[in-house]
Ligand binder design. Structure first.
Ligand code: RTP
Ligand code: MG
Length: 141
């Protein structure tokens, strides 16, 4: 497996539940290092730009409104196979289908308020990390 970076967002529902540390602990226990991080209250334009691939989907407006409903925690994670590893830690998009012990099974309330985002490919990870962090704000450790 190769050393990869992926973008993770702790969504407004999980920030409001005060489980940032719980979720970071799962990253660390799985061997993922936080190499960039910031708390941010996304503007509508920032959220729309981030989820531009979903622009034509029926859930787009609800997704954007949810993502701007409160501050989020944005981080780049680094580790062996980081993209897939993070997706495994997150669990299925719909928490009702998420495997026991995953972040979404433990902290998500619905398919809309589903606690975390994670890049779905190495290619998108690079695009998404650059969307939030200039290269000088990502630290190799
Ligand atoms: P994410 O991008 O947030 O990590 O989630 P994901 O890859 O598991 O799911 P994706 O298909 O990329 O969808 C992005 C977010 O849109 C919401 N969604 N709602 N009502 C629906 O059918 C539906 N489908 C997706 C979810 O909040 C999902 O995280
Ligand atoms: Mg996605």
């Amino acid at each position: 497996m190769a050393l990869e970076r992926t973008l993770s967002i702790i969504k407004p529902d999980a920030v409001a539940k005060n489980v940032i540390g719980e979720i970071y602990s799962r990253f660390e226990k799985a061997g993922l290092k936080v190499v960039a991080a910031k708390m941010k209250h996304l503007s509508k334009a920032e959220a729309e730009g981030f989820y531009a691939v979903h622009r034509e989907r029926p859930f787009f407006n609800a997704l954007v409104e949810f993502m701007i409903s409160g501050p989020v925690m944005v981080q780049a994670l680094e580790g062996e196979g980081a993209v897939l590893k993070n997706r495994e830690l997150m669990g299925a998009t719909n928490p009702k289908e998420a495997a026991a012990g995953t972040i979404r099974a433990d902290f998500a309330d619905s398919i809309d308020a589903n606690a975390v985002h994670g890049s779905d490919s190495l290619e998108n990870a690079a695009i998404e990390i650059a969307y939030f962090f200039p290269a000088t704000d990502v630290y190799t450790r």
